[in-house]
Design a protein around this ligand. Structure first.
Ligand SMILES: NC(=O)c1ccc[n+]([C@@H]2O[C@H](COP(=O)([O-])OP(=O)(O)OC[C@H]3O[C@@H](n4cnc5c(N)ncnc54)[C@H](OP(=O)(O)O)[C@@H]3O)[C@@H](O)[C@H]2O)c1
Length: 269
């Protein structure tokens, strides 16, 4: 079966908007969900929809609506996400939960809403946009990394559970991408504390990650990776776009963990 109808979350900006445009240009019908429910540049083939992934009932209603209009749903791209910044020591439980709500539970509930349709069709594609931070950790981004690592694990477990069903899973792990993500990043309450023992390290770290992101790759690189996987007969389970990020991921995997963390810490704090 060919992918013709796609539900994409976080479709109003950045990687999501670029993906919506690329898939629509390739002839797919893309339901681009976001809380805003808009897309900056309208295009034939893209249907912006209001969708907060933290609202499971609303997600199910959107999925049911797509099915009644199109009679099919071939793929879901779970891209909606946000970032929080701050030291583990002072992070409030509710701040940590907010990170997991959208990144992990939002994706999990979206996937669950689509699975019955995929099962019935005997065909479906599930792509999660995680991050290289799912496999390499940085200081002050412990909850972002944990939430992305949890989502990557979920995708990989699910890919095994779905073996033989006709439904495939792929997680795409972007490195730095120049989007509104940098501006939307929320700092934990304790990250703003002028008396924090982490003050200097946080300042250096934040300046470095913001510089890397703002000078990062175009969201089109990630959109192309999504399109490439959706067109494949057999999607890859895990994709790291760009050779430089692949090399860093490999280095972190082969080095002893303490060396890898020392290297990342030296670079980022
Ligand atoms: N930029 C990077 O360097 C980078 C690197 C690795 C991974 N990523 C991941 O890529 C994904 C897209 O991020 P981006 O860089 O494109 O940032 P972005 O421009 O800030 O896009 C985030 C998207 O998620 C949507 N969103 C946020 N909360 C939502 C919710 N509760 N329900 C539905 N939609 C929601 C936003 O739309 P509304 O505000 O309208 O809801 C927006 O469309 C994220 O999962 C991010 O973690 C980004």
């Amino acid at each position: 079966m060919e992918v013709k109808v796609v539900l994409l979350t976080g479709g109003s900006s950045g990687i999501g908007a670029a993906t919506a445009h690329m898939l629509a240009s390739a002839g797919m019908k893309v339901y681009a969900g976001s809380r805003r429910g808009t897309i900056d540049t309208p295009q034939e083939g893209i249907v912006p929809v209001k969708l907060d992934v933290n609202d499971a009932a609303a997600t199910e209603a959107v999925v049911a609506d797509i099915l009644s209009r199109e009679g099919r749903l071939d793929a879901v791209v779970c891209n909606a996400g946000n970032g929080i910044f701050g030291p583990v020591e002072g992070t409030l439980e509710e701040e940590a939960r907010t990170q997991f709500e959208t990144t992990y539970f939002g994706s999990f509930k979206t996937i669950q809403a689509c699975l019955p349709i995929f099962r019935k069709q005997g065909f479906g594609r599930i792509i999660t946009i995680t991050s290289v931070m799912a496999i390499l950790q940085l200081p002050f981004q412990g909850f972002y990394s944990s939430a992305k690592a949890a989502l990557l694990s979920l995708s990989q477990s699910l890919s095994m559970e779905l073996k033989g069903s006709g439904i495939q899973c792929c997680s795409i792990l972007p490195g730095d991408v120049a989007t509104g993500f940098t501006q939307a990043r929320r700092k934990n309450k304790c990250a703003e504390d002028p008396a924090s023992p982490y003050k200097d390290a946080m300042k250096k770290n934040l300046a470095k990650i913001e510089k890397d992101e703002l000078g990062g790759m175009s969201p089109d690189v990630i959109a192309r990776a999504v399109l490439r996987q959706l067109r494949k007969k057999h999607m890859r389970v895990r994709v790291i776009p760009r050779i430089d990020y692949k090399a860093v991921a490999l280095l972190v995997r082969i080095l002893p963990a303490s060396w890898a963390l020392a290297l990342l810490n030296a670079l980022y704090s």
